[in-house]
Structure formats: C-alpha cells, structure tokens
Design a protein around this ligand. Structure first.
Ligand code: SF4
Length: 478
C-alpha cells in the first residue's frame, strides 16, 4: 500500500508553433499524473510571453473547475505540476509552478526531485540580495537559472550553467517567453519523457501515461543530463552534461511510484511488477489456495506470482476509490480502522483459504499488520506474505518521502522477528541482488537502490547545512 511513502511530484509541459488550448492538455496530463502528488497542483499558460497561472492546494478535479479552465486563454505552450508536500511544505505557498520575472523576461518552472545542496545555494543567493517567498526547492532552481540568465546569451545557456551548480535529483520543465525547456539531472534519478501528438503538439511528462492521456506518441525518454529546447523551429538537444555521471534511475519507480501503464526507459512498469512476482514465486514457493495482491501496486506482482506458481489469482480486497490523501479520521478511537475504510477483504476469496499475500513494500509494518489482521478476521487459514521489494533500510535523498531511518521496521527489529510482528505464517522479500532484474526490457541497467542498500549514488553529507535545512523544513522548524 506504499505505507508512508510518497513520490514528491509530477511534471508536464506542452509546446506548439501556434496557439492552442494548452491548458486543456495540461488538465488531462495532470489527471494522469495525479498519483505522483495530491497536495497541490498548478498550470501556467504562456500566451505570447504573458504568463497566466492558476495554482492551488487540492487535487486536479477540485482545483481546475470548469470556471477556472474557461479562464485560461490559448497559448503556444504551458507547463503544469502535481505536488506531494511534506506536512509543513504542503501549503499553497510552496505549490508549483513557480513564476518569476527578471529584466530579461519571465520564467515559469516546475520540478520533481530533491536538491542536495539547496541550503548552500539559497544562502549564497540570499547573502547577495535575493529574497525567497517559499520553502520550495523549485524556487531555488528558478533563482539559480534567473541569475545565470542575466549573464547568458540564452535561457538554455543559463540552464546549462545552472546544472553545474545544482546537485541532486531533478526533472524540470520550464518556460521562457519564447521557449519550453526540459532537463534531467546527470544520474537520471526520476523518469522524464517526451512525445508528439498528430497535431504537432510536443508533450513532456514525468510518465508516458500522461502522453497517452493527451494522445501523444512517445518519442523517447529525456537522457540523464540532457537539456531539450522546444522552440519555433522544433526541438534541440544539448548533451554537454550527458554521460558525466553513472546512471541511477530510481528502481522504486518500477516497484511502486509509477503507474503500471507507464513505460520507463523501454520497460513497462506492469511487466516489471509481474516479473517481481514471478521471481518471488521461484525464490519463495509455498503451498497455497489463492494469490491476492494489495491494491494497487501489489496487484501486478500478484498476477506474476500466480502465473509462475500455478496458484489461482483472486481479488482479495475492495479498495475505496473515493478516499483521497486528505482523508480525515474523525476521532482517535477510529484511527486504527482507517485501513479498513480504505481497504476491505472479500471474504469469499479468503475464508478458509491458504493465502499468498503480495504487497509492494513494508515500511514501518503497521499497515501490513492491520491488513493481515483483517484477513484473519475474514477467515484466512494461512497467510504467506511476499513483498515485491527488498526491505527498506535507508531514507531517500532523491525526492521520495520514505519514513525516517529510525522508523523503518528493518532498523527496529531483527529480520527473523518481522513475520511474527506482522502476524504472517511466512514472509519473503525480493532479494536485493535480484531487484535490478525486474527491469526486463530496455538498455538501462544503472539504478538507484539506495533505500534498500544505503549506497547513495551521490555524496550525501548528513552533517551539511543543506541536510539540516531539509530536516528543519520537514519538521516545520523555520
Ligand atoms: S533511494 Fe530509493 S526511492 Fe530514493 S531514488 Fe533511490 S531507489 Fe528511489
């Protein structure tokens, strides 16, 4: 259930050589990316250099009412964003896109990721006169680019120079008055792709499912370190930052973060999850009557386990589709039951059965414990849990909000005790040495697996000011 794990954001952008209903494209694109963030969202349309923005807290459906959508004029380009925010940075103030003006024009920018030297960059700029309105790292990136722009001959040159200064994981889509620019950090931590519609509208998005939503055909993924410039004469690729650092695509995108109908760097997310299930069946076989998955990201792996093992696949739960992240539990005594409200077992599938239960991850273990208890109450005879990821041992420094290191079940209890704590008859995690093998297609075999093995692909200095600053912002201690 992705217990206490959240992707930070999804980005989207459209560009054409004539005016079109760019905001409507963004609306559909954001709907497709809603799983990447539900705290706030925003669209900025560029109407011949005039930027019209609507940015607010809430999910896409609530923020972009028909009245709001009608208020957008056509434009030649637009960018858009969905955001997950930590508790203290979830407000409207930190929503994206960010829009700034400088004496060479306007910039609108949105991003997904985490900047590892955010504090150093911000202090350097503040000490030389910059003022910041938000706690958002997008504002820091925007300011770095705006400053470089003052002494560059073009926006893309400013971006190129800014990339030398910004350390960490980032996928950015931005607009100047005349161009849309998309770029990705040198390691390529998070996915970013682009395509084109039959009408000639270029589309950039965090995931291919958003290209599908607006009828765009995938051209390719943006390369790690690449800058794509969408302008009147077409698309230009600047590759000066490419190949400088080892690739480190987040493996957890395949396991949990991305939508199963997306394709990342040549491999279908659905296929990767099925493969994880097949591998679990080979590594941890068990005699059972039915395989069930925890919705949503456990389902594909459950199908894979069922196929490989020959044990029938069943629908074990109904998920309430109408509960959002802002779901409030009225009253402390009901808090324990919130999992039940989101998810309810189908007794016909589980009663009297030996069950293989597939989930995508275990973080603290509290959600798994409640799910297992629900299955027992529904009459399950045996529960054999298989997890399509290794155990988390580390927090993520690259944009995925995982629990603190201390809260992770792997750091609180010996591995042998975990089945008893969760209440299952047996438990198996996808072994660390096998996790890369779930990506069956595509050429990329360079992955970040740092939350599972602690091997951060970049230097992370936990005593640095940026690290302390990020922690302070997260705790709301401003
Ligand atoms: S640490 Fe984990 S969640 Fe973060 S980028 Fe690496 S694999 Fe993804």
């Amino acid at each position: 259930m992705g217990e206490n794990i959240h992707e930070e954001c999804g980005v989207f952008g459209v560009f054409a050589d004539k005016q079109f209903d760019a905001a409507n494209y963004c609306y559909y694109g954001l709907f497709a990316l809603q799983h990447r963030g539900q705290e706030s969202c925003g669209i900025v349309v560029n109407d011949d250099g005039v930027f019209n923005a609507h940015i607010d807290k809430g999910i896409v459906d609530d923020v972009f009412t028909s009245r709001v959508m009608e208020s957008f004029d056509n434009g030649r380009m637009a960018i858009a964003h969905v955001r997950y925010g930590t508790k203290e940075t979830a407000g409207r103030r930190d929503a994206q896109p960010i829009v700034v003006s400088h004496h060479k024009g306007n910039i609108a920018l949105c991003y997904n990721g985490a900047i590892n030297n955010a504090y150093e960059l911000r202090i350097e700029m503040e000490e030389s006169g910059s003022m910041f309105h938000t706690n958002s790292e997008a504002e820091i990136i925007t300011n770095v680019i705006a400053r470089e722009r003052l002494t560059s001959t073009s926006t893309e040159e400013a971006v190129y120079r800014a990339m030398d200064k910004i350390k960490g994981a980032y996928c950015v889509v931005m607009m100047s008055p005349t161009k849309m620019i998309a770029f990705r950090d040198e390691h390529g931590f998070h996915p970013l792709c682009y395509g084109i519609t039959d009408e000639g509208v270029y589309v950039v998005a965090s995931e291919t499912c958003a290209l599908d939503a607006v009828g765009a055909h995938l051209i390719r993924d943006v390369k790690p370190g690449e800058i794509l410039v969408f302008e009147k004469n077409g698309v230009r690729s600047l590759t000066g930052h490419c190949g400088k650092s080892p690739r480190a695509l987040c493996i957890f995108e395949y396991i949990y973060l991305a939508r199963p109908d997306s394709v990342i760097e040549g491999c279908s997310v659905h296929k990767a999850r099925r493969k994880a299930g097949e591998m679990l069946a080979k590594i941890y076989p068990v005699d059972a009557d039915v395989v069930i998955g925890v919705p949503d990201s456990g389902l594909d792996a459950a199908i894979g386990y069922s196929k490989e093992s020959g044990i029938p696949y069943g629908i074990g739960f109904v998920k309430n589709k109408y509960i959002g992240r802002t779901f409030i539990v009225p009253g402390q005594h009901l808090r324990e039951d919130r999992v039940k409200i989101k998810l309810n077992p189908i007794s016909d599938t589980v009663e009297g059965k030996r069950i293989v239960l597939i989930d995508d991850s275990i973080v603290r273990g509290t959600t798994s414990t409640r799910i297992v208890r629900m299955l027992r109450e529904a009459g399950a005879k045996e529960i054999h849990m298989r997890v399509s990821a290794p155990l988390f041992v580390n927090q993520c420094f690259y944009g995925t909000d995982i629990e603190s290191r201390e809260a992770l079940i792997a750091n609180r209890f010996p591995k042998e005790q975990i089945p008893e704590i969760i209440g299952v008859d047996s438990l198996g995690f996808l072994p660390l040495e096998n996790v890369r093998d779930i990506v069956v297609d595509g050429d990329n075999k360079g992955f970040c697996t740092a939350c599972f093995d602690g091997m951060n692909p970049t230097d992370i200095d936990q005593t640095s000011k940026s690290f302390k600053y990020a922690k302070k912002i997260k705790q709301g201690d401003e």
